[in-house]
Design a protein around this ligand. Structure first.
Ligand SMILES: Nc1ncnc2c1ncn2[C@@H]1O[C@H](COP(=O)(O)OP(=O)(O)O)[C@@H](O)[C@H]1O
Ligand SMILES: [Mg+2]
Length: 331
């Protein structure tokens, strides 16, 4: 299969003309569970060779989206094109090029790591020494070479997750979909998984990575799509997202203040926007075109309202998420 991808013309951050080839095009995907709209008109492209992060809290619609992209869940509307092919119309041709690492670990506990991979590789048409070499190579890559002959039921959660990753990589897919592959594991296993994904992407694989961890999205992903309540709220590089959120900084206040008195006081200060207020804390956006932090902070503190602590946050995904949704994205 040759990859003659659609070419999209766009403008990069510096304003010059840029051509992006997109391996994956997701158009107006929709999925409902009775009255609940789990995925609501979701569209985005994944460019060749990039790591695109799908960041959102639990229940945002990440797994539902990824399940429709890899063809295990039928959408109620919209379509997915992989290299210009519709996965529902040509499932076999498309699925051979997809590697999927599901949120729920899909390994056979009573088989060894090697036998799990062997079973999986055979499904993708691998056999003989090629299969054996790839199994050894992938186990080595995730640091499990020494445990190849052990039954998976003796593995820790982090080891099972690393094996799960191997299963998605064995057939060297052109496009790798990972659904929260680092949830509930130790820091070392997490680091290993993130390193392997970076290596695989650097070698040319296109990656879609879902997470609710902002630090992972910031560190790993070339572009990030923020999803909440089934909708994509923003998509771009970290720099684009923080710029679009329109704030220079986020200011956090805590203390024993009266919410309404504080709200009234802050409303009179230009250049601030209240993002959250209640339970002894307030979160303010400092607008980038206002007087700035140094102009605003003395005015915030001039009234004796019971503010006990002030912290300043540089723009990051947390402040972008707060600006978009009015609430924080917590681990
Ligand atoms: N099989 C299902 N039946 C009913 N509701 C579901 C089902 N799967 C997911 N949902 C609901 O759809 C929404 C999105 O879920 P999901 O895609 O799993 O979110 P995420 O992966 O971001 O945590 C949630 O409100 C969830 O409860
Ligand atoms: Mg999920």
């Amino acid at each position: 299969m040759s990859f003659t991808n659609p070419v999209r013309v766009g403008f990069d951050f510096g304003g010059s003309l840029r051509r992006e080839a997109s391996l994956i095009q997701i158009e107006r995907l929709r999925k409902c569970y009775d009255a609940l709209v789990a995925v609501d008109d979701v569209s985005f492209d994944v460019h060749d060779g990039e790591i695109l992060g799908l960041l959102g809290p639990n229940g945002a619609g990440k797994t539902t989206t990824i399940s429709m992209i890899c063809g295990v869940l039928q959408p109620d509307g919209g379509r997915v094109l992989v290299d210009n092919r519709n996965i529902w119309l040509e499932p076999k041709k498309v699925k051979m090029h997809l590697g999927v690492v599901p949120q729920e670990i899909a390994v056979y506990e009573d088989l060894t790591a090697r036998d799990n991979l062997s079973f999986w590789g055979t499904l993708y048409g691998l056999s003989g020494s090629e299969l054996g070499d790839r199994i050894s190579e992938s186990l080595d890559r995730v640091g499990l070479a020494g445990r190849a002959g052990d039954k998976v039921k003796t593995f820790s959660g982090g080891m099972k997750r690393r094996l799960n990753l191997c299963m998605g990589l064995l057939h060297r897919p052109k496009f790798l979909l990972l659904d929260e592959p680092t949830v509930g594991i130790d820091p070392q296993a997490r680091l290993n998984i993130l390193e392997v994904i970076s290596e695989v992407a650097a070698a040319g694989t296109t990656v879609l990575y879902t997470t609710h961890y902002m630090d992972e999205a910031e560190q790993l992903c070339d572009r990030i799509a923020i999803i909440d309540h089934g909708r994509i709220l923003a998509l771009g590089t970290l720099a684009e997202l923080t710029k679009r959120a329109g704030e220079a900084e986020v200011l956090r206040l805590s203390g024993r203040f009266n919410d309404e008195s504080l709200r009234e006081h802050l409303a009179a200060i230009t250049g601030t926007r209240i993002l959250g207020l209640g339970d002894g804390s307030a979160v303010l956006a400092i607008e980038s075109d206002g007087p700035g932090l140094l102009g605003i902070l003395p005015r915030v503190l001039e009234a004796d309202l019971g503010i006990e602590d002030v912290s300043i946050q540089r723009p990051n995904l947390q402040s972008v998420f707060i600006a978009l949704t009015g609430r924080e994205l917590r681990d």
